[in-house]
Design a protein. Structure first.
Length: 203
């Protein structure tokens, strides 16, 4: 039985619209369907294929990502322009990490002082700054990359959750992220994320 069938309230209000990057609007129903593209329980070999594919972009250390990679990984063409944005100062105290000069891009890359940093897949299916970076300023390996990017492109979460639209934690582009209320996050996945934990503790 689907969890949303067991708890039908998760299927209520799916026509609600939420705004993402560049004010693109999504219904919770659309977010739920797109979140079915990837799952945390996908086989390890499939995850490894995904990591290999997307790391061609997020671990590309060239200043300009080659067009063939943009086409292969994201279906982008020569009209695409990579945009770099400074990670705001509030982010560092918010996540209790040292203030630093991080920048992130709309391709999900991260750099410090013009050095593009390697990322690595974390055990729960997200990306963090790799320990293999030989950069003295880098001292954080625990805060997920999508949080850096959300802060730079969307600002403070103000109690909202950061949702990966296609549920792929290796795609941290801002157009794959959206800030939504915890209850809506639950509905987008079809199961509880943060809301009413006691009520859904059997899930």
């Amino acid at each position: 039985m689907e969890k949303s069938e067991k708890f039908p309230e998760l299927d209520k209000g799916l026509d609600k619209k939420v705004a993402g990057y560049n004010n693109i609007s999504y219904s919770l129903y659309e977010l739920r369907n797109s979140a079915n593209n990837f799952h945390t329980y996908d086989p390890k070999n499939y995850r490894n294929i995904m990591i290999k594919k997307y790391s061609q972009i997020y671990n590309c250390r060239e200043q300009i990502v080659p067009l063939n990679l943009l086409e292969e990984v994201y279906g982008l063409d020569w009209n695409f322009v990579e945009k770099w944005v400074q990670v705001p100062d509030w982010f560092y105290s918010f996540y209790n990490i040292a203030l630093n000069n991080y920048q992130v891009s709309n391709l999900g890359r991260i750099k410090i002082n013009d050095t593009i940093l390697l990322q690595e897949a974390y055990k729960d299916g997200y990306l963090v700054i790799s320990k293999e970076n030989n950069v003295s300023e880098v001292n954080n390996h625990t805060v997920e990359i999508y949080k850096f990017i959300s802060a730079a492109f969307f600002g403070k979460p103000n109690g909202k959750d950061i949702h990966h639209i296609n549920n792929n934690g290796y795609d941290c582009r801002p157009n794959n992220l959206i800030l939504i209320e915890p209850e809506d996050h639950s509905k987008a996945h079809g199961y509880p994320v943060k809301t009413n934990k006691k009520k859904y503790k059997q899930l």
